[in-house]
Design a protein around this ligand. Structure first.
Ligand SMILES: Nc1ncnc2c1ncn2[C@@H]1O[C@H](COP(=O)(O)OP(=O)(O)OP(=O)(O)O)[C@@H](O)[C@H]1O
Length: 372
């Protein structure tokens, strides 16, 4: 097998389980993002892959070879970390050359590679300068150059853009993706920034409390959260998770949330017959609502009403918080209509794209799956 695999990795610090039985595979050419809240265990997983720390259990494989006990150098990794690991009193050329010299590469080959990489990253004029005299963004590019000059078997990135301003982040993101495409190796990228994860990832693994919550493409993660943690974590604003009840009336399954009733697709039938559907958790994606000003385009949609509790304008979008009859709140994300914003206290008319309803078991909080 090509690519990288971690199998049942476990790591404890002073009896606290920080990495709890984590397994995943990353194919050659795949950009794989570890996303999750701070302290969840993402960086520890990267350190276990890099060999900077040893796992208490589990294995790491590269191209099918067990490298769990190999030294970091034997693993042949390209690494870009948040603190960049730059030697401040060396010039930029020597910083980039360091790993190649350690591998006993010839001077002419080192110079050739550094020239190509420095040109690509706009670093040519900085090569003679001391690293300490560079800005944060320039140092970040040096760290990237150091990973790029190598022909590594896997590339690891640990929040490499955390210290950059938004404009530089955008450019650095493009540089990292271009490096990845050129190398066609597995890349594993740690971030707690969802927009970064969704912009860059082929697949995302969400890690929280040391556990793998879900692995999937950005679309799978967004549309089909595996549990209520995922539903409440992903998205701005995240999914509404409300208590509800399923009823079978008028020849169809319907889900009731406060005084709202939504029709469920027949693909839910088997789940609802097998589960205690009288009480479950209902996931309503804020982006799945049809606002008042678009209802004319959906003449068959079931129209609901609720009072507006809060209006939060964003760039080109608006988040409305609606108060339901049982006192719970529903957040709705709408494209800005271009006319006057709805007002707090007014009654808002809306419909729901019912195909996007998610249901969760109230005890396990795991997603229920419709049968297609
Ligand atoms: N060397 C260590 N000794 C003891 N505890 C540690 C050590 N390294 C990490 N931890 C703890 O392990 C947990 C996971 O840390 P880790 O840095 O892997 O999380 P993370 O998801 O990368 O967080 P962040 O996004 O903040 O970097 C944290 O509770 C952290 O305090």
């Amino acid at each position: 097998m090509h690519g990288l695999e971690v199998r049942n990795l476990v790591k404890k610090y002073q009896n606290t389980l920080v990495v709890d039985d984590i397994s995943f595979q990353v194919a050659d050419g795949e950009f794989f993002v570890l996303l999750g809240p701070s302290g969840g265990g993402k960086s520890t997983i990267l350190r276990l892959i890099s060999g900077l720390e040893a796992p208490d259990a589990g294995q790491v494989f590269m191209s099918g070879r067990d490298i769990t006990t190999a030294t970091p150098r034997e693993r042949n990794l390209g690494m870009v970390f948040q603190d960049y690991g730059i030697y401040p009193n060396m010039n930029v050329f020597d910083n980039i050359a360091y790993g190649l010299q350690a591998r006993k590469m010839g001077r002419a080959e080192i110079e050739k590679r550094i020239k190509i990489t420095a040109d690509k990253l706009g670093l040519a004029e900085y090569l003679p300068k001391l690293a300490i005299d560079l800005s944060g963004g320039e140092q970040q590019r040096v760290a990237l150059a150091r990973a790029m000059v190598k022909d590594a078997d896997t590339y690891l990135f640990d929040e490499p853009l955390a210290n950059l301003d938004p404009k530089l982040r955008y450019r650095a993101r493009r540089d990292i993706q271009s490096l990845h495409r050129q190398k066609q190796k597995p890349s594993i990228y740690v971030t707690h920034d969802q927009s970064e994860a969704f912009a860059m990832a082929d697949r995302i693994a969400v890690i929280a409390k040391g556990r793998l919550q879900q692995v999937g493409t950005p679309d799978e993660i967004l549309q089909s959260p595996a549990n209520t943690f995922m539903a409440r974590f992903i998205g701005t604003p995240p999914m509404n998770v409300l208590e509800g009840e399923c009823v079978y009336e008028d020849d169809r399954y319907q889900v009731k949330v406060a005084d709202l009733r939504f029709s469920l697709d027949p693909t839910w039938k088997h789940v609802l017959q097998a589960t205690d559907a009288s009480h479950l958790l209902v996931g309503l994606n804020p982006a799945a609502f049809i606002p008042a000003w678009e209802l004319a385009d959906y003449p068959d949609a079931m129209v609901h009403h609720a009072q507006i509790e809060d209006v939060e304008p964003l760039i080109g979008e608006v988040v409305l918080t609606l108060r339901l009859t049982d006192g719970s709140y529903l957040r709705v994300l709408c494209e800005d209509s271009g006319v006057a914003l709805p007002e707090v206290g007014h009654i808002f008319a809306f419909a729901l794209d019912e195909a996007r309803i998610c249901l969760f078991d109230i005890l396990t909080e795991k997603a229920l799956q419709p049968a297609f």
